[in-house]
Design a protein around this ligand. Structure first.
Ligand code: F6R
Length: 606
């Protein structure tokens, strides 16, 4: 999400840090900042917008020293602003953070009681104050370790102390962090692209590890037991471009592989397993109003629209609230019948899509309660909805949406349980859905390991010009999303259809040159989907089936297996092979998959 750079060594830290920030610009950010230890004190400066804005503000004579930190922020807690930009400072402590601290509100309350004053809305500033609090009675390193023991969540942190001009502490738990090893200097960063032009000797920290760096030396320890560790250094043979993509050929593939993490980040700190409940901070102000909502309309475009369609199935089945889904571009010109008991849920990765924004305004004019599911903090849609839930999926760089989509589905699952538990859903059911949701990241890892066999299937079908994508119930919208993905990336004609509709017309198109990708998990409609498969086979149509592992009740041309989960969660797992199929057909055809022709990442015009 955010970009971190840190420097300790023989050279002027500012130059390396600004260069590092520029190399991290590709990730997208809203503000940046830098701190330099000049031997006596730590000087900090921050800016909203481009790194060049920050650079213009810096007086080089003032910002000179051999130790420093820098950061590009992609907002998660609190809007983009100077106050919320990093580095954050508390007394002698200055730090930069990437990740999400789950229990920051609790810790903040504890620190406020102890007299700490906060200037930002961030979870990161709370960590700086917690270390400062521990540092009142312990030395720097011990204070960091003891503070971390109180923190729950994901973090990569780089921390410096006014009284230690030759010490840089970095820690990692679930957020990436790499240490570049130079000649009498170290450059640390959230990804290797900030480092690669200085050195290709690197060391990756693992979770729950802490490194203490001096200009000439480093030690790595476990956070919990303070045990020193031997870490193998690695040599990266990546180009600048490969480093940005963490070694993947394209951002799209990297983002497909990011999904175990982005789903984890979507649900992090939001599950109260003991009570089978969901904690959504953004909905607290409207909690009571949500109890009286008797109708939901989900409004969105493109991939976000298909997420909405899955949401309709989820909310109606488990929360019992009548739900409709509308294309934003249609909703804005209809005469929607809304009242104060209708909630309009607006889904948008970018938060800037013009049609969705116009639909939101229309819903507000009609007096409906509006709720956003948005990835970009502080975006227009996030600002204009009455309440909202952020995705925390991190910036999505490839034009075609992948990780934002599965993140939207995860948030919709949380929303379903939240609304369901306000109504008739039992605690047992809440717990059941949430515990299965928590397993998804590791199940997705499993699917990603099968990438090679999905690539082979993609190669086999790369020259076909037409595809049906079929599914039923929860997986009908996923069929549509799969078809959209292959259209965007491979420029091939594909139609997403409910499998049961084939016999009402489309089956006329089936022959040996018109393959079907059929989503057939072992769910409540499996037998029905099987009938559609048989009808296609009877007309010489080739079928690629995506089904639940160990399912032997299918005899088709090609099969992709996904792990077993609850029916409501199958859409998230089914999506992964479809993204990979689109990606590999696109690359097989030699397309620039990250920037497909005629498409823009954010559609801010009508
Ligand atoms: C498809 C894709 C688009 C977007 C659509 C809505 O891969 O990216 O279909 O989903 O333009 O964008 P957001 O979610 O930003 O409103």
């Amino acid at each position: 999400m955010c970009g971190i750079v840190g420097y300790i060594g023989k050279n002027n830290a500012r130059i390396t840090l600004i260069e590092g920030l520029k190399r991290l610009e590709y990730r997208g950010y809203d503000s940046s900042g830098i701190s330099i230890h000049n031997g006596n004190e730590i000087k900090t400066i921050k800016s909203v917008g481009k790194v060049s804005n920050l650079e213009e503000k810096i007086n080089p004579d003032e910002f000179r020293g051999n130790l420093g930190l820098a950061h590009t922020r992609w907002a998660t807690h609190g809007k983009p602003s100077i106050e919320n930009a990093h580095p954050h400072n508390a007394g002698d402590i200055t730090l930069v953070h990437n990740g999400i601290i789950e229990n920051y509100q609790e810790i903040k309350k504890y620190l406020i009681k102890k007299g700490h004053e906060f200037i930002s809305d961030t979870d990161s500033e709370v960590v700086a104050h917690l270390i400062q609090e521990e540092n009142k009675t312990k030395e720097f390193e011990e204070a960091v370790r003891d503070a971390l023991k109180k923190i729950k969540g994901a973090y990569a942190l780089a921390i410096i102390h006014k009284n230690y001009p030759e010490k840089l502490i970095v820690v990692k738990n679930s957020s990436p962090l790499v240490i570049g090893i130079g000649e009498d200097e170290f450059i640390i960063a959230s990804d290797a692209s900030a480092i690669i032009s200085y050195t290709n000797r690197v060391l990756y920290l693992d979770d729950n590890e802490l490194a203490i760096l001096s200009p000439t030396n480093y030690t790595v320890k476990t956070i919990s037991s303070n045990k020193s560790l031997y870490k193998e250094e690695q040599e990266l043979d990546w180009s600048d471009e490969q480093a940005k993509k963490e070694g993947f050929d394209h951002f799209m593939l990297k983002e497909i592989h990011d999904q175990p993490h982005s789903i984890q980040d979507a649900i992090r700190g939001r599950i109260d397993m003991d009570n089978g409940m969901v904690l959504l901070g953004g909905l607290i102000p409207i909690e009571e109003r949500l109890r009286s909502i008797n109708r939901i309309i989900i409004v969105s475009c493109g991939t976000s629209y298909y997420a909405g369609l899955v949401g309709e199935y989820m909310i109606e089945e488990y929360a019992g609230i009548p739900t409709e889904v509308e294309y934003a571009s249609e909703f804005r010109y209809r005469k929607p019948l809304l009242d104060k008991n209708t909630a309009v849920v607006v889904i948008s990765q970018s938060g800037e899509t013009a049609d969705t924004l116009a639909a939101l305004k229309e819903a507000k004019n009609k007096g409906a309660l509006t709720i956003g599911i948005v990835n970009v903090v502080g975006s227009s849609i996030a600002r204009q909805t009455d309440a909202g839930i952020y995705n925390h999926a991190g910036p999505e760089i490839s034009v075609a949406s992948t990780k934002a989509f599965t993140s939207q589905l995860s948030i919709l699952t949380l929303l379903t349980v939240y609304l369901g538990r306000q109504r008739d859903m039992s605690m047992v059911m809440g717990k059941r859905i949430l515990s299965e949701l928590q397993k998804l990241p590791s199940l997705i890892e499993k699917i990603l390991k099968e990438e090679g066999s999905i690539q082979k299937i993609a190669k086999k079908y790369a020259d076909f010009e037409n595809f049906f994508y079929l599914g039923r119930k929860y997986n009908f919208p996923i069929a549509c999303e799969g078809a959209l993905k292959i259209k965007e990336i491979a420029y091939t004609h594909a139609e997403g259809y409910p499998a049961g509709e084939m016999k009402h017309g489309p089956i006329a198109l089936i022959d040996k040159n018109f393959p079907s990708i059929v989503l057939a998990p072992k769910d409540s409609v499996f037998e029905k989907t099987l009938s559609a498969i048989e009808e296609i086979k009877a007309r010489e149509g080739k079928v690629v089936a995506i089904t639940t592992e160990k399912n032997k009740d299918l005899s088709v041309e090609d099969t992709i297996f996904v792990p077993k989960t609850l029916e409501i969660l199958t859409p998230i797992l089914m999506t992964i092979p479809l993204q990979l199929l689109a990606y590999f057909v696109g690359t097989e055809r030699g397309h620039d998959v990250d920037k497909p022709k005629n498409l823009a990442k954010s559609v801010t015009v009508e």
